[in-house]
Design a protein around this ligand. Structure first.
Ligand code: VGL
Ligand code: ZN
Length: 225
């Protein structure tokens, strides 16, 4: 395990944003790219959502939203299977290929019905370019185009980000790292995320890298008030 120091008690304010990453059917057990225990974090996310709302913070949901011909899908590469290593030169796709997931307009791309969508101030869709993946809620993997998240947060004068959702070692990780790079103070809500751990050890590496970078860690208890 990675040793994490948790911040203690916390007051949320109007310059904070809760970023709820990819809480869609395909990432939840029963979906096509299921994250183990992904369903178990829904209740806690709704609970802290109320705390953020009460304190006038903003709440953003991200949504993985791929066309059917997306090149992150193994099915779009001859002879490849989900989980196979694959990296395009510019970092646009990889380091592995995925099963088809979150295809626009399918049930798998929908937010889970138990998620309180009334909390959403903004929904950011990502991963629409068939040739480029977008793990981060901020921008494409090749860093050539942004999703509009940064513009939105800046227009609301957001200073601190609180990241939760799926999957810990992909979309949550990249969103948190970009948030830090873009100058926000970033808190990772560890017990409100779950990871895929592909390749094995990836969750540990993600946590270590975030810790080294200066991202802080919080658990639900420090936010409930
Ligand atoms: C994700 C893999 C592929 C995620 C999205 O939401 O973490 N992972 N697309
Ligand atoms: Zn995806």
């Amino acid at each position: 395990m990675v040793e994490l120091d948790f911040e203690k008690s916390f007051e949320i304010n109007k310059n904070d944003a809760l970023i709820i990453v990819d809480m869609q059917y395909d990432f939840i057990p029963g979906g096509s790219l299921p994250v183990e225990e992904g369903d178990l974090i829904i209740k806690g996310i709704n609970e802290i959502g109320i705390v953020f709302k009460k304190n006038k913070a903003k709440i953003v949901f991200t949504q993985d939203w791929h066309p059917k011909n997306h090149l992150s899908f193994a099915s779009n590469h001859k002879g490849k299977s989900p989980g196979d290593e694959f990296s395009s030169e510019d970092g646009a796709i990889g380091p592995v290929l995925w099963p088809d997931h979150c295809v626009q307009g399918t049930k798998g791309a929908n937010f889970h019905k138990n998620l309180n969508l009334k909390l959403a101030d903004k929904i950011i869709k990502k991963g629409m370019n068939p040739k480029v993946d977008s793990y981060s809620g901020f921008q494409d993997n090749d860093k050539k185009s942004e999703t509009g998240l940064r513009e939105y947060l800046n227009s609301k004068k957001i200073k601190r980000l609180f990241v939760c959702g799926l999957a810990l070692d992909y979309c949550c990780y990249y969103t948190a790292m970009d948030g830090f790079e873009f100058g926000y103070e970033v808190f990772f809500l560890v017990d409100l995320t779950r990871g895929v751990d592909v390749p094995e050890g990836n969750i540990k590496t993600a946590l270590e890298t975030m810790k080294k970078t200066g991202i802080k860690f919080l658990n639900i208890e420090s936010l409930k008030q």
